[in-house]
Design a protein around this ligand. Structure first.
Ligand code: GLA
Length: 675
């Protein structure tokens, strides 16, 4: 990861921090000040060493425009500092005060259907509002001046979850900013007309003032316009972050600055771009509680976060100790799940583990959300698990800085996902996320750790690259994939990939044209299936659904053909050798189980050996300079004997083989041979 300021990752983890960070969001302004010493005492009992404060405190810090009240925060800093607890200081710009919207009604978010959002919630200022930019950089500057040199300050936590709960804004100010963004991108209206294909449906523009945001219209709005608006939205939010970051850095150059991402759950920000602007990557993740295999979604988010961090350790800024309060059914975590979840994140590269929030709120929208200190107090299961996790993490300091390496990568590109998710696609059953999840789950069950990679990134370190949903694939990304395969890589491409260019225009030459020589085939026509329709493949009795293609071979060999359905007799799964590598194509949707049929063969091409442990055993290796650390999390109901020699840092047990209890976890140090 490149450092963008004076602070540098080469300085290590958070400056002055030599333990795994542990804690959560701390919102003491919701409680009488007499309670704060008790909070801090309990934090010490739980092993807490880092808390995020001030995230929603704008109205407390600046009760009237330009009038600051830092007294309470000064006292809080001193209290935490005296207890040796470090601070992640939030800038409160996700929640501007009522006075701000009273003075600047134009800064309210306008939704795509023209609704102006009211006050009373959070996260509702327009990212393109000049008044909001001024006010947010002023409060960030004031905080940096006040606390920038305080020894308790460990990291800046700018804003909160950019892109949530709303990201797009269609206000007049946003429309003007969008026009400026388009002028920068295209320079001329001719170029914009060409990129947007405005000859279609007579949309040609002759004046910049006529170009607008893609608000709700009579029918489908120009998809290229919508794709550019999605790019603009991500950039507008990023400009808000950069403005605050630069204001802070001017006053406080020595402390890292970050913001909490929602990798894998918020789709409106392009985190590949954002990653270059933060000093370290931080992420929030909440389980989909009703998903019985929610540990797989957690692992996906953690692997995506590590990939965004370019492999460097990252900070889990928020997750939950038990239930959340915003899902349709907010299931509580079962006994041991809190520790398993935390150690899964840790195993996948998180050097800090934090929660929303320290003490459960009595009032407001989130009073039913779990916390480290629940409403039930310290005589509760959650509290004792929180303390036990604090003890566990306290034994893991030597793992800090070690890194996860992956042999396989899954391509991930927000621009492609934005484009694919627009209206009028060839089948409503196409879902980019469903395919990414399916391939990820297959690899997870095979105990193959994956990175996520942008299609134009250097892929040469991976033995296997999977493209489950690369609908938008630029020519230069296709060239990158060609070089990857020619150089000896194994590429697996799923259907509805390489269809359009960066303007959502079908590639010249037709579907998959830029990958035609890589895959050794062309797709003449899409042949989507009816709801529930299944097609049989000439292989192992497997069936596909949702999709088939009319594939014409141009050098690829057929691995399986369709036995029935609209593509009967045509290739279903193919393999093409190119240079030193091979490229596979799957033209139908296979279940997670049936994906093995293709991936087991691709693993052979790639020289990857799948794990042979039980499928509920999560195994990840972090590599350090002196030792490797195997993090084993048993999500199953039976104990597993791990034939791995080493020392379990959690229990101190050593042996040539270690048992991982049902629902339990180990962090095993495996010393490197000395020679
Ligand atoms: C998000 C927010 C927090 C809180 C949690 C609840 O992550 O950042 O402020 O609302 O969700 O799950």
């Amino acid at each position: 990861m490149e450092s963008t300021g004076n602070w540098s990752t080469s300085a290590g983890w958070l400056p002055g921090v030599s333990a795994v960070s542990y804690g959560g969001d701390y919102n003491p302004e919701q409680w009488p000040e007499e309670l704060w010493p008790e909070d801090v005492e309990l934090m010490r009992q739980a092993g807490v060493n880092l808390v995020s404060i001030g995230i929603f405190s704008w109205a407390m810090i600046e009760p009237r425009p330009g009038e600051y009240d830092f007294g309470w925060m000064d006292r809080l800093f001193e209290l935490l500092h005296a207890a040796g607890i470090r601070i992640s200081l939030g800038t409160p710009t996700a929640s501007p005060p009522a006075w701000f919207f009273h003075e600047h009604p134009e800064a309210r978010v306008v939704t795509r259907d023209g609704t102006t959002l009211g006050f009373g919630s959070r996260g509702m200022a327009s990212p393109s509002s000049p008044a909001y930019r001024r006010a947010s950089t002023s409060i960030a500057t004031a905080l940096a001046k006040r606390y920038g040199s305080h020894p308790a300050l460990a990291v800046w936590h700018v804003h909160n979850e950019y892109g949530a709960p709303v990201s797009e804004c269609y206000s007049d100010e946003s429309v003007r900013a969008f026009r400026e963004w388009l002028r920068d991108r295209y320079t001329s209206l001719d170029a914009l007309n060409g990129a947007w294909g405005t000859a279609f449906w007579g949309q040609r523009y002759v004046e910049w003032e006529h170009v607008s945001a893609p608000a709700v219209s009579a029918s489908v709005v120009n998809p290229a316009q919508r794709l550019d608006f999605a790019r603009f939205t991500s950039d507008a939010l990023l400009q808000c972050f950069i403005a605050e970051r630069d204001a802070i850095r001017t006053e406080c150059p020595g402390v890292p600055i970050t913001t909490n991402f929602m990798a894998g759950t918020c789709e409106s920000v392009d985190l590949w771009k954002w990653a270059d602007e933060v000093d370290l990557v931080a992420n929030d993740h909440y389980l989909v509680a009703e998903d019985e295999r929610s540990q797989v979604g957690l692992a996906l988010s953690a692997d995506l976060t590590r990939s965004i961090a370019r492999g460097r350790p990252w900070l889990l800024m928020e997750h939950s100790t038990s239930s959340v309060n915003w899902q349709p059914r907010n299931l509580a975590k079962r006994s041991g799940e809190l520790t398993r979840n935390a150690l899964s994140h840790f195993g996948r590269g998180a050097d800090g583990v934090m929660f929303f929030q320290w003490r459960a709120s009595r009032s407001g929208a989130e009073k039913f959300h779990s916390a480290m200190l629940p409403h039930a107090g310290t005589r509760s299961r959650v509290w004792s698990e929180v303390c036990s996790l604090g003890g566990d993490l306290g034994r893991l300091a030597e793992v800090l800085g070690s890194e996860v390496t992956a042999d396989a990568a899954i391509l991930w590109d927000w621009e492609s996902f934005w484009a694919q998710d627009l209206e009028w696609r060839p089948s409503k059953d196409l879902s980019h996320r469903e395919r990414v999840n399916a391939f990820y789950e297959r690899l997870w069950q095979d105990q193959i750790v994956v990175d996520f990679a942008h299609p134009e990134a250097d892929l040469s370190s991976y033995r296997l690259v999977v493209a489950p949903a690369s609908y938008l694939l630029t020519q230069s990304a296709a060239d990158n994939l060609r070089r990857y395969v020619e150089g000896g890589g194994t590429l697996v491409v799923s259907y509805f990939s390489a269809i359009v260019d960066e303007h959502d225009a079908v590639h010249p030459g037709g579907f998959v044209a830029p990958l035609r020589d890589v895959l050794g085939l062309t797709v003449e026509e899409f042949l989507p299936l009816r709801a529930g329709e299944k097609v049989r493949l000439s292989f192992d009795g497997i069936v596909g659904d949702v999709w088939t293609d009319d594939v014409a071979l141009q050098g690829a060999e057929v691995v399986a053909a369709y036995e029935d359905g609209p593509a009967a007799g045509k290739p279903a799964i193919t393999r093409h050798r190119l240079g030193n590598g091979s490229a596979w194509y799957l033209s139908t949707r296979l279940t997670v189980d049936d994906l093995s049929v293709v991936l087991d063969k691709a693993y052979v091409d790639a020289g990857i050996v799948a794990g042979d442990g039980p499928e509920d055993l999560e195994l990840v290796r972090r590599r350090g300079s002196q030792a490797d650390y195997l993090i084993a999390v048993n999500h199953g109901t039976r104990p597993v004997d791990l034939p791995v020699g080493g020392v379990d840092l959690l229990s101190g047990q050593a042996g040539e083989s270690l048992k991982v209890e049902a629902g339990g976890a180990r962090v095993i140090r495996i010393d490197k041979p000395t020679d």
